[in-house]
Design a protein around this ligand. Structure first.
Ligand code: FES
Length: 356
């Protein structure tokens, strides 16, 4: 079912760097249980911008232990929502907000002495900050190593909060900053981490066998590099957690599928919230989510990049080709679930149910 959205008042809008804003939302007591969240989850914000309803998902950078709801929004060139949030949004405004969602977390384990490592780039620090704060506060024996990439010292997002945490948890938190547009005295920290640098990091700073869970968040190439590096080091998949920002999609694959199924038509039925939407579409030409919304279906979505799983539904009949999937687990795929933002219909009949 589509999650119900709520109108929330903006309590504060503060700049953390020139082009990144922290938005604090006021969540009234009577809906706090609806908005209870796990560290690393995100909120989907919806705003009317120049007559267009625009929605985007942003990770919570606050911790559930803070009793606060804060998201970090970095302005991206031509980004409708991020420009609005960085240039126009102010305290006292109202935003439509969907309750927290996302799977980028592991439950806290207060009795265990876990070691964590995290890699973040730019605004990818937002969920990581929430994760670090929560585990260090809730797990007295936990340690964290953070590897954080930015362009310059001045563009380090949430630097004050990170340094504050470092002071608070001096023995348990280590932060290594990488800069891509400024030189530092240690060559390892100049530029993005690549395979060579990862080898050095895991020889000199991090012992791969000592880390219980890895988190990484940022642009796709960095996150996938780290994931593959760790898989190569035989780190079990369930200990590698990642969240992708700005996925590029799969334009080549999309073109190949459209060509392969050209001239064929799918009869699509979408079931959601007791409403049935029916339409015909050229096979492989568009994803089910966009196609259904062009046919007036009101469906849940957030990232449209195959990451967040907000658009998850069950394929009841027919076949689809999936462009990218960074969110669904293997068991979900086996059970017939698909990401409708990434699923192109490729059979004569396709039936998809959002309510199961
Ligand atoms: S909308 Fe996020 S995975 Fe489809």
């Amino acid at each position: 079912m589509t999650k119900k959205s709520y109108n929330l008042s903006v309590a504060a809008v503060e700049k953390t760097t020139e082009d990144c804003t922290i938005v604090t939302l006021d969540v009234p007591q009577d809906i706090r249980s609806e908005f209870a969240y796990q560290q690393g989850q995100y909120l989907t914000l919806i705003a009317d911008i120049n007559g267009e309803s625009v929605r985007r998902s942003y990770s919570l950078c606050s911790s559930p232990l803070d009793d606060a709801w804060q998201v970090g929004i970095k302005q991206i060139p031509e980004g409708k929502f991020s420009t609005y949030a960085n240039q126009q949004l102010k305290a006292g405004d109202t935003l439509e907000v969907l309750p927290p969602n996302g799977t980028f977390f592991v439950p806290v384990a207060p009795d265990q002495a876990r070691n964590y490592a995290a890699f973040a780039a730019g605004s990818g620090i937002t969920p990581i900050l929430s994760i670090i704060k929560t585990h260090l506060q809730a797990e007295p024996k936990a340690t964290f190593k953070l590897f954080y990439v930015n362009q310059t010292v001045n563009s380090i997002i949430l630097k004050e909060e990170l340094e504050g945490l470092k002071n608070q948890f001096m023995e348990r938190l280590e932060i290594f900053y990488f800069l891509t547009r400024e030189q530092r005295s240690v060559p390892l920290f100049n530029g993005r981490p690549d395979a060579e640098k990862l080898e050095i990091i895991f020889k000199t700073i991090c012992d791969v066998d000592q880390i219980d869970h890895y988190f990484s968040c940022g642009p796709e190439p960095m996150v996938l590099l780290i994931r593959d590096f760790l898989l190569n080091k035989k780190v079990p998949k369930d200990r590698i957690h990642f969240e992708l920002f700005n996925t590029g999609g799969a334009p080549v694959k999309r073109k190949e599928i459209a060509e392969k199924f050209s001239g064929k038509v799918s009869d699509v039925t979408i079931l959601e919230g007791g409403i049935t939407t029916n339409f015909k579409i050229a096979q492989g030409s568009d994803n089910l989510l966009d196609a259904a919304m062009k046919n007036n279906a009101d469906l849940p979505y957030a990232c449209k990049g195959g990451v967040c799983c907000t658009c998850r539904a069950k394929l009841i009949e027919g076949e689809v080709e999936t462009l990218v999937n960074y969110g669904l687990e293997e068991e979900e795929i086996k059970a017939g679930y698909i990401l409708t933002c990434q699923a192109l219909p490729i059979s004569e009949k396709v039936v998809v149910d959002f309510d199961v």
